[in-house]
Write a protein that binds this ligand. Structure first.
Ligand SMILES: *Cc1c(COP(=O)(O)O)cnc(C)c1O
Length: 402
């Protein structure tokens, strides 16, 4: 018999919703046309699928369909937004304000620009709850600032940043606001108008769509945002991103957005209940835990917990039937503690013994109960072997359980 497997890693990727696959199937088979072929029906029907999807993606974020540019995913969208703007506006300035807890697609795009002498980067530290201090962002903006890039929801700790507040600030200062919404889109409400967002990155596979497709929202009026293309070729996507469109993937992304828009409110309530059930069980069964990141301003299905006095690698080894992520990032040969956890003040040891739980659309109460039971049993087993663990010892105030 196969061992039970439970998927609780929805920050990494999500399964394809069967309804999305169904929408994609015709475009993987008989509707194989190139959406750029203007001379025959094969091209027209492909283009029709692409344009319907463009409207579906736009509707999820309150945008105009013509402001959606297809990409291969949020990594490419982040690269295009940041490099494209800093290239285009290089005569205005070269300063960019971002956060230390951004995804690597943002941080490394900034770093690459810095290396080429095209950007000066200010990476703000979050507060200890993971949230941006908007006053610090305001203080960081100078006359040379072209862009502020702050993610909507964090992929490791799930915290939701005050994008609307930041957007109002950026608009008043005449600075572009880019936000990476790969984690938040389809999970919590987004409105690019109300939030004053100028550029917004999306990824289909984080919202039950296929991998390898995404989009960048590029505001076309008040203000009109200009970008220098990073991929040149046939001039597709208003010249911003050349390359034959991934029609089936795009149709899937559109379907995923339409489902998310229709079901988001109900799903959020259900996922929040599952997450709180998991949290209650863990804190009921164990002491010396810490939730990383603010508990209120957080994605409904997201929970990141540090377990004191257990060795991170042993914990993951003991929980192999649970698909979760640890607070360690494999960089080359070494196991580095997560830079996000380190940035909010989690110690190196505790960062390694942290687990990110990402609850999603198809998880059940029974799976949550089983997962909680397994984690509790494994942490207890490892602590019984640990020379450091003393039941009910006080842990430092900064790391006290909440
Ligand atoms: C997953 C993710 C990305 C990368 O998206 P891809 O579509 O896999 O390239 C970027 N930013 C955030 C916040 C993510 O969660």
């Amino acid at each position: 018999m196969q061992e039970r497997r439970i998927y609780l890693d929805h920050h990494s990727t999500t399964p394809l919703d069967p309804r999305v696959l169904e929408a994609m199937m015709p475009y993987l088979t008989e509707r194989f046309g190139n959406a750029a072929s203007r001379t025959h029906a094969f091209g027209w029907e492909a283009e029709e699928g692409v344009e319907k999807a463009r409207a579906q993606v736009a509707a999820l974020i309150g945008a105009n369909a013509k402001d959606i540019v297809w990409t291969s995913g949020a990594t490419e969208s982040d690269n295009l937004a940041i490099k494209g703007a800093l290239h285009f506006y290089r005569d205005k300035g070269r300063h960019i304000v971002t956060m230390a807890t951004e995804h690597k697609a943002v941080l490394d795009s900034c770093k690459a620009l810095g290396r080429d002498g095209l950007a000066d980067v200010t990476a703000l530290k979050p507060r200890s709850d993971g949230i941006l201090d908007v006053a610090a962002a305001q203080a960081a903006i100078t006359d040379a600032t072209v862009m502020v890039s702050v993610m909507h929801a964090n992929n490791e700790i799930g915290v939701v940043q005050p994008i609307a507040e930041l957007g109002a600030l950026c608009r008043a200062k005449g600075v572009l606001l880019h936000t990476d919404a790969a984690q938040s889109a389809g999970k919590i409400a987004i409105d690019v108008e109300a939030m004053h967002v100028d550029l917004l990155s999306l990824s289909a596979h984080k919202m039950y769509g296929p991998k390898g497709v995404g989009a960048l929202y590029v505001r076309s009026k008040s203000p009109r945002v200009r970008l220098t293309a990073q991929i040149d070729g046939g001039g597709h996507e208003r010249g911003l991103r050349s390359g034959t469109l991934n029609v089936a993937g795009i149709v899937g992304m559109g379907a995923a957005c339409a489902i998310a828009k229709a079901e988001m409110a109900e799903e959020a309530t259900r996922l929040l209940a599952l997450r709180e059930r998991l949290r209650a069980r863990l804190f009921g069964g164990l002491d010396q835990l810490r939730v990383n990141g603010d508990l209120e301003r957080r994605l409904p299905g997201s929970l990141n917990v540090s377990f004191a006095c257990v060795e991170g690698e042993s914990l993951m080894m003991g929980l192999r039937e649970l698909a979760v992520s640890s607070g360690s990032a494999c960089s080359s040969a070494t196991l580095e503690p997560s830079y996000v956890l380190r940035a909010i003040g989690v110690g190196e040891e505790l960062a390694h013994s942290s687990i990110r739980f990402g609850i999603g659309r198809f998880n059940t109460e029974d799976e949550i109960d089983y997962a909680a039971g397994r984690v509790i049993a494994e942490v207890r087993r490892l602590r019984a072997l640990s020379p450091f663990y003393k039941p009910a010892t006080k842990i430092p105030a900064a790391e006290a359980p909440r």
